[in-house]
Design a protein around this ligand. Structure first.
Ligand SMILES: Nc1nc2c(ncn2[C@@H]2O[C@H](COP(=O)(O)OP(=O)(O)OP(=O)(O)O)[C@@H](O)[C@H]2O)c(=O)[nH]1
Ligand SMILES: [Mg+2]
Length: 452
């Protein structure tokens, strides 16, 4: 996510950090680099211009130039300004209305409305403990209503039964009474998309807005369309009371122009990011954390949150207990590998860590990818319970058997056992509060080398 932008910022920052002192010319150079980075990210010219104009006088302040770490201070100013640009702080979803609280999702064709409706339903159910009903108002595209219905069925979310031929107005009214009858707290309306903004679509969503009086109208916008997404948001805002943006396909967006320009251009806050096709791939948009990620400083808070969300209560407790004792079994390792898979694999985790881009390219070179996680999982599953409990007994013949069972070779088994030994030693150290092995970058270098 946004890795091109991050790479550029890291380049600029590393030259700023290296300089023992800064003069105006150097700061100017740095700002030029930042402006270039923003433009290459498909941020609009005005946004880039204003950003630099805001940073410049602060960065050139005499107290900064004369300070002992001017580079760091300039970076801090850029960070603060970026947080401001992204929207300052997350705006929570508005549930202040009589239930069933109506919300609607609008947007251009294929932007991800239907998928996001289901993601949002799951999110509200899980995080706000609400009962959700979903209703599709897309009566134009064949099978659009069925698409939402099947998402509902796959994920145990209530959907409004489809009545062939019913028009959006009537569906709205029926949906509200059905949600009432079913005791739903929130009703989410998925709407039809158009290839571009046209009058007919705008008047239809305006009409729907008038009927359902939604507490939230989310524009679902495709991150890959860059600053165009922000312009689209601006136009929607002129017609309806747009309350938030869900920026989809952020997972595939290396540039980040839409995320950066959105608030400035449309004055509508981004509330969520779509980060994949799966139902759980929806992330609350926190401007400060995203700024950290964009500037290559990592987002450890989100990583920890993600980890504790995905881990089952039971696993979490067990791992915690084991960690406290400093013991780390092959079973724990297996749980961890599965956990990693759930969290989007190594790449998913890495995207949250500081200095990502450098490590990532190292990883690419080392060929560290998803398949390694699955391979390690297969290896551990080919061990007997006894072996998992006490890996020390895994001798030569056992190694051969495990290699056969997992479709690998003895060298691969050796590597995994070595990794495991490393990890359990690290856990032991950590349980004693000895964190010397951990770098400020979060990734222990020995572990990284071992993983290679
Ligand atoms: N990678 C990725 N894919 C996404 C994301 N959100 C949606 N998609 C995919 O985008 C495609 C279109 O999604 P839909 O939800 O059908 O889009 P829509 O806006 O409802 O489309 P129309 O109803 O035809 O206007 C699907 O294949 C989704 O899986 C996301 O955050 N990341
Ligand atoms: Mg749709």
């Amino acid at each position: 996510m946004f890795e091109n932008l991050t790479n550029k910022f890291e380049e600029v920052f590393s030259s700023l950090k290296k300089a023992p002192s800064l003069d105006e010319k150097q700061v100017d150079e740095g700002l030029k680099g930042i402006r270039q980075a923003l433009l290459e990210a498909d941020v609009s010219l005005n946004v880039a211009k204003d950003f630099i104009e805001n940073v410049k006088p602060k960065a050139l302040g005499q107290e900064i130039i004369r300070s002992t770490s001017p580079g760091q201070m300039v970076i801090k100013i850029v960070y603060d300004e970026l947080v401001k640009l992204l929207g300052e702080k997350n705006e929570d979803i508005n549930l202040n209305a009589v239930p069933p609280v109506p919300m609607m999702l609008v947007g251009l064709q294929g932007s991800g409305k239907t998928t996001t409706t289901a993601k949002l339903a799951k999110f509200l159910e899980k995080n706000k403990k609400k009962k959700i009903m979903m209703a599709s108002l897309d009566v134009y595209r064949p099978a659009a209503q069925e698409q939402l219905k099947s998402l509902g069925e796959q994920n145990s979310i209530l959907t409004l039964p489809i009545i062939e031929g019913q028009l959006p107005d009537d569906i709205c009214r029926r949906a509200i009474s059905a949600a009432n009858l079913n005791g739903a707290d929130i009703i989410l309306f998925d709407t039809a998309g158009r290839t571009q903004i046209d009058l007919q679509m705008m008047s239809e969503i305006k009409e729907i807005e008038n009927i359902i009086k939604p507490s939230e109208i989310f524009l679902v916008a495709d991150s890959l369309t860059g600053q165009v997404a922000a312009e689209v948001a601006k136009e929607f805002k002129n017609t309806v009371n747009l309350t938030g943006i869900v920026l989809t396909r952020a997972d595939g967006d290396a540039r980040g122009g839409a995320a950066v320009s959105m608030k400035y251009i449309s004055n509508v806050p981004i509330k969520f990011l779509g980060i994949g096709e799966k139902i759980e791939n929806l992330e609350v948009f926190h401007p400060d954390r995203i700024a950290n990620r964009i500037l290559g400083m990592g987002d450890v808070v989100s990583l920890v949150e993600k980890a504790s969300q995905d881990l089952s209560e039971e696993n979490l407790k067990k791992t915690e207990e084991n960690l406290k004792k400093g013991s780390f079994s092959m079973e724990d390792y297996l749980t961890q590998l599965r956990q990693m898979k759930k969290m989007g694999g190594i790449e998913g985790i890495m995207s949250f860590l500081p200095g990502v881009s450098k490590i990532k390219s190292q990883m690419d070179k080392a060929g560290l990818d998803e398949s390694i996680i699955s391979q390690n999982e297969a290896i551990i599953l080919s061990m007997t319970k006894k072996e998992r409990d006490n890996p020390k007994i895994i001798n030569g013949s056992r190694r051969k058997r495990i290699a056969n069972g997992s479709g690998t070779d003895v060298a691969t088994i050796n590597k995994l056992l070595k990794q495991f030994k490393m990890m359990s030693e690290m856990m032991k150290k950590m349980s004693k509060g000895d964190l010397k092995g951990m770098t400020d970058k979060g990734v222990p270098p020995e572990l990284f080398n071992q993983l290679k």
